[in-house]
Design a protein around this ligand. Structure first.
Ligand code: SF4
Length: 259
């Protein structure tokens, strides 16, 4: 009778892990595939440094999102709900549903081609030194990113989120945003009040309209060839394979105080 070795515990667990993860990822990808391409430029990405990336995304040419990114998005939503619950417990009247629509507070412009859905609006609460209502945006960050935010603030550390809340404030006509960030490693919280910068918000709005116009004309801004941006870019592969589109130049909006 052959001598059978028992399965190694580590090996066995690895197999189970792979098997279950594959099932979860396949289910998430199938769920994603059933969704329609959203067909608009979202305010959450309008502060991205690269015009080309935004045009590719608007056109639906950004390639496939992988399952890990879908899990990251879903975890972010769950953390957002947790932060909102804690703020409500602390006495903030934070509402995430617009009573006029029964849905998230949102806006759309440029014929519905540019849209935004915000995390919530705080209508009353403890004295935080500004008048209500205040827009609310919550993000969950890893340790390094969260620490950088606490050192440099939203505008410098998180320009994409800064642009996002500027766009929301401008369209919802709210002058302040409470930006809350959760450290995913330690559950520590950071809060910052961000003031509306109407000039920058207007620049972002004009940029968004320019980009969706270009996208619909099937024109593609040039590559920025920025080492860091391109290394982390989720549309890097499709970015390299669009020779049929005419390349045009555009200025890139950047946040920050003006002279
Ligand atoms: S790879 Fe670089 S140039 Fe291409 S879309 Fe991404 S950031 Fe822009």
């Amino acid at each position: 009778m052959p001598f059978l070795l028992p399965p190694e515990p580590g090996h066995h667990q690895t197999q189970i892990s792979r098997q279950i993860n594959r099932a979860i990822d396949n289910a998430l990808l199938a769920e994603r595939a059933a969704e329609q391409h959203r067909g608009y430029l979202g305010a959450s990405s309008i502060g991205e440094a690269c015009d080309r990336k935004l045009v590719l995304e608007y056109q639906g040419n950004a390639g496939e999102v992988d399952a890990q990114l879908l899990r990251v998005f879903a975890a972010g939503h769950a953390f957002e709900e947790l932060m909102a619950r804690w703020l409500r417990l602390a006495g903030f009247d934070l509402r995430d549903v617009d009573p006029n629509t029964g849905q998230q507070y949102s806006f759309e412009t440029a014929g519905g081609r540019v849209r935004g859905h915000c995390d919530g609006v705080i209508f009353a609460g403890p004295d935080i030194g500004v008048a209500y209502p205040v827009l609310w945006e919550g993000k969950a960050l890893n340790e390094v990113s969260w620490l950088d935010l606490t050192r440099r603030g939203v505008m410098q550390s998180k320009p994409i989120y800064y642009a996002q809340v500027q766009t929301y404030m401008s369209h919802l006509q709210i002058e302040r945003c409470l930006f809350t960030a959760l450290n995913k490693n330690t559950a520590a919280l950071y809060h910052e009040l961000v003031a509306l910068d109407p000039v920058y918000a207007q620049q972002l709005s004009e940029r968004a309209v320019r980009l969706v116009d270009l996208a619909e004309e099937n024109e593609l801004p040039p590559r920025i060839d920025d080492l860091r941006e391109c290394r982390d870019c989720r549309v890097a592969a499709p970015c390299r394979v669009h020779p049929f589109q005419r390349v045009v130049g555009l200025a890139v909006a950047t946040p920050g105080p003006r002279e």
